[in-house]
Design a protein around this ligand. Structure first.
Ligand SMILES: NC(=[NH2+])NCCC[C@H](N)C(=O)O
Length: 406
């Protein structure tokens, strides 16, 4: 087993998991895009080109790029993994025994690559050649028997590494819940990851990776809003304290709306002590510091201490034991700020301290980042962005170099 893990947002990025958009995006129509959490119908070939350029920019900087579907297909070489994947994918109560039986036989005959395709792009009612019965008769021809997963593109959300453990998350929106069955399978059964210790899991309270920011070794900020619940943060805090992965968890309330669905849509770290933040919330963002006096108690028995809310930057600097967490003040007028926030201007992916990948379209935010001494690696995102996610959302760091001490 290779050693993996990350203890910050900015340590030099070594290995990342991406998902190259594929046939699952071709499932989007004007009738289902809202439910599937896309704001438009992307031009798939162009989205792939943009994504390839993103991956190339990472490789140019020495980052090893792993693709989720390749890992999944390799995982599905194992009989145990196949059976598990098929059973969980067919567990939905909408199927009925006739269709479930048919699909289960059909999927068992598929190659690992084909099965990967079915698990990610789904299966539509008009695509099956058997299992006919009440379900096939009463479902519309374009209803899905297995739902497509267009949001796999946002690998950030379905798992997050905290030091040497991986947290399989629990996604809140029905359209995304199945994604974590796949990440769990990869981390459990893929030879590269076998033996990795896991925390959390899709059967637990909701926590999404886009809400989890590793501010510094031992300090984790977790957004609480449309996706991650207060109980989700509590569960995560218990686990990271118990496993000695962190000493402070900052619970950060964010507005429960689409524009700010995750904490990383509002702010991301670009240096060990610098954060780029949506100016319209900068003055109001608060944090509740959660700590425990005795990490050795059983997970469920840990007594958590929840401090009073403080301004986010103040609470963060205290926990990080630095004088100031500098907010890169983009100084934008509220309307420009709102437009660039919507287009994921604050959603940057740090490749190392002071080097960050950002969407090229956010001219103003990028200019301010550069004035603050950050090297901005610009990528195109006209099609990728229609799913409402930027470079950070589209990447799951699997290994980052630890930060030098002190
Ligand atoms: N970490 C993030 N900000 N991820 C963005 C996810 C976007 C995706 N369409 C969703 O609504 O879930």
């Amino acid at each position: 087993m290779t050693q993996h893990g990350a203890d910050s947002e900015v340590g030099r990025l070594q290995t990342v998991m991406l998902h190259r958009p594929g046939p699952e995006l071709k499932r989007l129509t004007p009738r289902n895009n809202d439910k599937l959490l896309f704001d438009g119908i992307p031009w798939v070939a162009r989205a792939q080109d943009e994504h390839d350029a993103f991956a190339a920019a990472l490789r140019d900087r020495g980052v090893e790029v792993l693709y989720l579907t390749e890992l999944l297909a390799e995982t599905l070489e194992s009989e145990v993994a196949r059976n598990h994947a098929i059973t969980t994918a067919l567990s939905g109560l909408h199927l009925g025994d006739t269709m479930r039986g048919y699909l289960s036989r059909f999927l068992r005959d598929a190659s690992p690559e084909e099965l990967t395709g079915y698990l990610t792009a789904g299966i539509r009612n008009d695509e099956v050649r058997g299992g006919f019965g009440l379900v096939t008769s009463l479902f519309a021809s374009d209803d899905f028997l297995i739902d497509p997963l267009p949001n796999l593109l946002f690998t950030r959300d379905s798992s997050v590494w905290v030091r040497d453990r991986v947290a399989v998350t629990s996604l809140a929106m029905p359209a995304r819940m199945r994604e974590t069955q796949l990440t769990e399978l990869i981390y459990t059964e893929h030879p590269r990851f076998r033996g990795t210790r896991k925390i959390h899991g899709w059967h637990h309270e909701h926590v999404e990776g886009g809400d989890v920011l590793l501010l510094a070794p031992g300090v984790i900020a977790v957004g609480v809003g449309e996706r991650t619940t207060p109980a989700g943060v509590e569960r995560l805090a218990r686990q990271v304290f118990h496993a000695d992965l962190a000493h402070t968890v900052l619970a950060v309330p964010i507005a429960q709306e689409r524009a700010t669905m995750h904490l990383d849509t509002v702010c991301t770290m670009v240096d060990v002590d610098k954060i780029v933040m949506y100016p319209n919330v900068a003055h109001s963002l608060q944090a509740y510091a959660v700590t425990t006096a005795d990490g050795s108690a059983a997970e469920g028995e840990l007594v958590l201490h929840v401090a009073d809310a403080e301004p986010f930057l103040v609470a963060a600097a205290k926990a990080m034991e630095i004088d100031t967490l500098h907010q890169i003040d983009t100084g934008l007028d509220p309307v420009t700020a709102e437009r660039e926030q919507w287009d994921d201007g604050n959603n940057t992916l740090a490749l190392a301290p002071r080097v960050a990948v950002a969407y090229e379209r956010n001219d103003e935010t990028n200019a301010r980042l550069e004035e603050a001494g950050i090297e901005v690696v610009r990528i195109a995102g006209s099609e990728l962005g229609s799913g409402r996610g930027g470079p950070r959302c589209m990447s799951c760091p699997i290994s980052r170099e630890p930060l030098p001490a002190g």
